[in-house]
Design a protein around this ligand. Structure first.
Ligand code: B12
Ligand code: SF4
Length: 493
């Protein structure tokens, strides 16, 4: 049986890093971890090939080779997924689909032959058994959540690592918090489920042995969901793992209470983490109460960010505008917060209500939903909510924020605020040829041709004089800024 695993195209979005990847000659930011995990669960007698449409074209020969097509995607890949499904069907190929997009919107994919939904650990075995017996069903669903202790390492042998900017690993699923706009807890539960230390180390070894030395993203919903296990088991093991290793800088997602735990931050930095994405959402206390982001309330959030930065963790922040409690002053308030905090990568989105969340149910009851689904890209200036302040005012304010924080003057100023604060990270990515060349490419594209040229050279000079070790980081952030600005120009401004 020949199985073709297909990962649909990501449009150009805030997180696609399309305009930054060009500088390091990479095709995509991250590999399709879900599909690779599914590939590892297939029986040995299946011949497997992966086509990630973000890095390779899907050819007619690929489709001819296959007996079955396995497609996995998230909502933002909806259009490409539909196109690929139609192409597979036109050649008579049977399509099996799973992952977040299909699990959230099964009714939208009539053309798919078999929807193997929820966690594949639970639903794939039943599908494979029925396939073997010749009677596979249309849809497979799970009623519970799986034990990650049995999840196999992703099939890394199917991926050409050098085409990606970063590799991924998952240690846990689930989050102990309960923010009302978020479907993580609906999908993955409140109690974080963990892989064992041995599983994580085995996965890291696979990547390292395949020659990977660059960044590795721990794609956990909230990496610090189980602090005790982290402190006593995983982080000490990661510290030991990297003793004889080069590179492999880690980054992840966590909640703001990380700032309360100096030991945890210290262990994370020693284990090789240098950045963390935090859902800050809003400087407005009432909005935090409204969405039940209790862990962010009654805190000095800017100070929390600074604490993490000083500890050696770059903080990337997620922000939302459009809560009922937001008045028009929120736009200026958010700009000031972002600029002062030195959060360079600030993902600001309009409040959206993903199906399955408490927010969705509440707004549906109040008849305030403009659509039953979301675009899947929360930085494209769209929403499925009728906001209290009115859509026009919200959009004007949103454009004002994005235009401001990503204008060269304010963006570069923020990078400097951050670099001043940033403690030295313990691990550095070896400078390979592409990263070395990225400096020359950026100095031409941004330093000579770009409208940011003055700010670019001012930042580089300042970094060289004051924090020379951080020069590669300053260049990376300048390149990110170029990407974010392009995305804003295309989608928002
Ligand atoms: C890593 C990640 C990203 C990466 C994507 C990297 C990549 N190329 O895939 C980045 C940072 C780019 C990203 C961005 C966004 N993300 Co995201 N992301 C995640 C995260 C944290 C982990 C995904 C992952 O790798 N999981 C590990 C693998 C092993 O699990 P998995 O992919 O779910 O696969 C399992 C099953 O789904 C299933 N499966 C998967 N594929 C297939 C295929 C077949 C055939 C079968 C049978 C089964 C199957 O089996 C697998 C094993 O259990 C998830 C949350 C989560 N815990 O999954 C959110 C998640 C996927 N993201 C989500 C969202 C909304 C976003 C954003 C809009 C921003 C945001 N708010 O987070 C943006 C949009 C993207 C964009 N470009 O604009 C949602 C998706 C909702 C949806 N309906 O699609 C999720 C589920 C989080 C959530 N809030 O609920 N994200
Ligand atoms: S802390 Fe993050 S992952 Fe957890 S419920 Fe809130 S938004 Fe979702």
């Amino acid at each position: 049986m020949n199985v073709l695993l297909i990962y649909p195209k990501f449009p150009d979005t805030f997180w696609s890093f399309t305009y930054a990847l060009k500088f390091i000659r990479k095709k995509a930011a991250y590999p399709p971890l879900g599909l690779l995990t599914v590939a590892a669960m297939l029986p040995d007698e299946f011949h497997r090939r992966l086509v990630d449409v973000n890095v390779d074209g899907l050819t007619d020969d690929d489709l001819k080779w296959a007996d079955l097509a396995f497609i996995g995607a998230m909502a933002v890949q909806r259009d490409s997924a539909k196109h690929i499904i139609a192409r597979c069907k036109s050649t008579g190929l049977k399509v099996i689909a799973g992952g977040p997009l299909f699990t959230a919107e099964p009714d939208a994919f009539e053309a798919v032959d078999h929807l193997v939904l929820d966690e594949a650990e639970l639903t794939l075995p039943a599908f494979l058994a029925d396939l073997k017996n010749g009677h596979p069903k249309k849809i497979y669903r799970a009623s519970g959540l799986c034990d990650l202790g049995h999840t196999p390492p992703p099939a890394w042998d199917l991926v050409e690592m050098k085409k990606y900017a970063s590799m991924s690993i998952q240690f846990s699923r689930g989050c102990p918090f309960n923010c009302d706009f978020c479907n993580v807890t609906v999908l993955f539960g409140h109690k974080p489920r963990l892989k064992s230390v041995q599983q994580v180390i085995a996965e890291l070894d696979l990547m390292y042995d395949a020659g990977w030395r660059s960044n590795i993203f721990f794609v956990d919903d909230n990496f610090i969901g189980n602090k005790r296990y982290l402190k006593t088991r995983l982080l000490p093991a990661l510290i030991e793992w990297r003793q004889d290793k080069k590179g492999c800088v880690f980054f992840t997602e966590a909640s703001i209470n990380l700032a309360d735990d100096a030991d945890l931050m210290d262990l994370m930095v020693r284990a090789g983490f240098d950045s963390v994405f935090i859902g800050i959402e809003s400087p407005n206390e009432e909005s935090l109460t409204e969405c039940q982001k209790i862990q962010n309330r009654n805190r000095d959030l800017i100070n929390d960010v600074k604490i993490m930065q000083r500890a050696g963790l770059q903080v990337q922040g997620g922000f939302i505008v459009g809560f009922d409690s937001d008045s028009p002053s929120i736009f200026q308030q958010l700009i000031e917060f972002i600029q002062k905090s030195g959060i360079v990568t600030a993902m600001v989105g309009l409040l959206q209500a993903p199906p399955g969340t408490r927010l969705f149910d509440r707004l549906k009851k109040d008849n305030r939903l403009l659509g039953m689904t979301i675009s899947g890209d929360n930085v494209d200036g769209t929403t499925n909510i009728d906001p209290k302040m009115g859509l026009d005012q919200l959009m004007t304010g949103y454009r004002f924020i994005m235009g401001h924080i990503y204008s060269p003057r304010h963006y570069y100023r923020r990078v400097k605020v951050f670099l001043k604060e940033f403690g030295n990270s313990k691990v550095e990515t070896p400078i390979d040829l592409q990263r070395f060349l990225a400096f020359f490419r950026s100095s031409i594209r941004l330093g000579i041709l770009g409208k940011e040229r003055f700010h670019y050279w001012r930042l580089m000079t300042w970094t060289l004089v004051r924090k020379p070790r951080l020069l590669p980081l300053a260049i990376t952030l300048a390149i990110y800024g170029h990407h974010f600005r392009r995305i804003c120009e295309i989608h928002i401004l």
